[in-house]
Design a protein around this ligand. Sequence first.
Ligand SMILES: Cc1cc2nc3c(=O)[nH]c(=O)nc-3n(C[C@H](O)[C@H](O)[C@H](O)COP(=O)(O)O)c2cc1C
Length: 171
Amino acid sequence: MHGPILKENLSYYINKYDIWSKYEVESEGVYIACASIHGNTFKACEKLKEILEEKGASKVVLADLSREDFAEAVEDSFRYGKIIFASSTYNMEMFTPMRNLLMNLKEKNYQNRKVGIIENGTWAPNSAKCMKEILSTMKNIEIVEPVVTIRSALKETDMEKLNELVEAILN
Ligand SMILES: Cc1cc2nc3c(=O)[nH]c(=O)nc-3n(C[C@H](O)[C@H](O)[C@H](O)COP(=O)(O)O)c2cc1C
């Protein structure tokens, strides 16, 4: 009717349901959800992952939302307490896989997370504003500063802001 009937190890499953129902963090770490059209935002996220690990993040999971399983993306958004949402600008919006993820999380009443935002755009970056619009309707979502804006590809001059974002999300 609603899934398999569980007969063993019930306390394990009940504990999981308890965590999920309270929107609590399941595992320590940082999840980077990235929606990149041509790959430059993803490359910036690989660099971000490196810095997070250097600065002591216990676990960092980076997902390319255009290629990886959508259910995994929803799962990891719930699993971790610290999330970075990174998206290219696409027709003055966020790129579609990011919008799909955020709308899905909103429908699930997503809450209680610390999040960072990275946007990329060449002539008029606008995905951060769009991501913020959805995130700000959710309960107890702390958006850390700075929001990082990349223009086309990550540059040396972007590194300061990227480092500041890492400090803010980890502390
Ligand atoms: C269909 C399409 C629409 C785009 N719309 C915008 C836009 O509205 N504003 C902007 O600044 N860049 C826009 N871009 C450019 C991308 O955001 C930019 O190339 C960005 O660097 C892509 O990052 P990526 O390599 O991670 O995909 C668009 C690109 C494409 C292909």
